[in-house]
Design a protein around this ligand. Structure first.
Ligand SMILES: NC(=O)c1ccc[n+]([C@@H]2O[C@H](COP(=O)([O-])OP(=O)(O)OC[C@H]3O[C@@H](n4cnc5c(N)ncnc54)[C@H](O)[C@@H]3O)[C@@H](O)[C@H]2O)c1
Ligand SMILES: [Zn+2]
Length: 355
């Protein structure tokens, strides 16, 4: 088991990662006052793990899926915490994917102005990304993550044990964020290229998880509150990914990140910002994970939705992170019409390749 600590002004957050992390770390929580939040799928699959690790601690189960990331479920959690007699010395344990982590994290931040939080991520996406770094949120009025707080978990327990029950689609979502790290970090990129034929293997995922966490930890240490620019780089693929998310709805966050990266790499290449051979390798990695990249029929809508993105200071412009060469990327800002034209062009090139 490896570990690393994120030192931020608000809290030190230690991440324990590797086989056996769940058994070893939860054995130290046994005597504490705990409140567990999980979702219906995870509870069904891991009820016995929850019972053996946390004994009779209260367990609050939310329905599985993004639709639960709302303020009604948040209030239900807070109300259950109150009924269970959660105090300042209690620990909220978020046991599940990114949805559970985000909503339980926000509940922990709000209750009594903050109680201890332990994240136990059970999806690949939450292990490599959402459980680390202290961003918590719920969706509101159709806008993703618009109500939230920065709230660091005191501990994150990352055990590959849970990945064995993950459907392939969820592995694909996690690989979306992993390829994003690959476009930012030379070591992760090399590892992806070396293992391109076994991206879905347990062995690859176990190895790469820690590297992704280490990359994110370094970024969070430098820019915890997303104000210095470093943390923005983690949004690579997300401007266009979120635009697709609002348009298509059907897919999951990680799949939209893959799609968003495909379009944004195309844009970076077209603008002459990204080395062509490098862009082609990134595209090849994306296509190994997601076969069909959807076409954005309504490019005007894409620009309109991309404008909703929280990162954009001016609504007439759209900013995104453009990959340049191995380990290098830059933030670019485009007039909405230019962005719109490039999305339409990329969509046309996809259509022509399908023919
Ligand atoms: N806070 C952050 O920094 C951050 C970063 C990235 C993404 N996110 C958020 O994370 C969410 C996506 O997270 P996610 O992809 O983990 O989604 P999720 O939590 O909805 O989990 C995906 C599905 O997998 C199931 N599941 C969870 N663990 C399982 C297991 N071990 N075996 C089988 N099934 C399992 C869940 O029940 C769910 O159906 C989005 O809401 C996104 O906005 C947050
Ligand atoms: Zn993401």
């Amino acid at each position: 088991m490896k570990s690393l600590t994120i030192n931020t002004p608000s809290c030190d957050s230690t991440i324990y990662c590797g086989n056996g992390a769940f058994a070893e770390r939860t054995s130290l929580l046994k005597d504490k006052r705990l409140f567990i939040v999980t979702d219906s799928n995870v509870y069904r699959l891991y009820k016995s793990h929850i019972e053996s690790a946390f004994g009779n601690s209260p367990v609050h189960v939310i329905p599985a899926g993004e639709r639960s990331k709302n303020y009604r479920q948040l209030l239900n959690i807070l109300s259950a915490m109150l009924k269970a007699g959660v105090t300042r010395s209690s620990i909220v344990v978020a046991f599940g994917g990114g949805v559970v982590g985000d909503i339980a994290g926000l509940a922990a931040a709000l209750y009594m102005r903050g109680v201890h939080l332990v994240q136990i991520p059970t999806t690949l996406l939450s292990q490599v990304d959402s459980s680390v770094g202290g961003k918590t949120a719920v969706d509101f009025e159709g806008v993703k993550n618009i109500i939230g707080a920065f709230y660091q978990p005191s501990e994150v327990i990352v055990d590959p044990l849970f990945l064995r029950t993950l459907p392939r689609r969820e592995l694909r979502c996690g690989l979306g964020e992993i390829i994003k790290y690959g476009a930012l970090d030379e070591g992760i990129y090399k590892s992806l290229v070396k293992n391109k034929n076994k991206l879905f293997s347990e062995e690859f995922m176990e190895g790469i998880t820690y590297d992704c966490i280490a990359h994110k930890a370094a970024v969070v240490c430098a820019d915890e509150r997303d104000t210095g620019g470093q943390r923005k780089t983690l949004n690579l693929g997300h401007t266009t990914g979120h635009a697709f998310e609002l348009y298509y709805k059907r897919k999951s966050h990680g799949e939209f990140v893959l799609i968003g990266m495909y379009y944004e790499i195309y844009i970076a290449k077209k603008l002459g910002l990204c080395d062509t051979a490098y862009a082609d390798i990134l595209i090849d990695l994306i296509k190994r994970v997601i076969k069909n990249i959807p076409v954005y029929d309504d490019a005007q809508k894409a620009a309109q939705f991309a404008k909703f993105d929280k990162k954009n200071a001016e609504v007439s412009h759209i900013s995104l992170i453009a990959p340049q060469s191995v380990g290098r990327s830059q933030e670019i800002t485009l007039p909405a019409e230019r962005y719109c034209a490039l999305i339409a062009e990329c969509s046309r090139s996809i259509k022509e390749n399908i023919k």
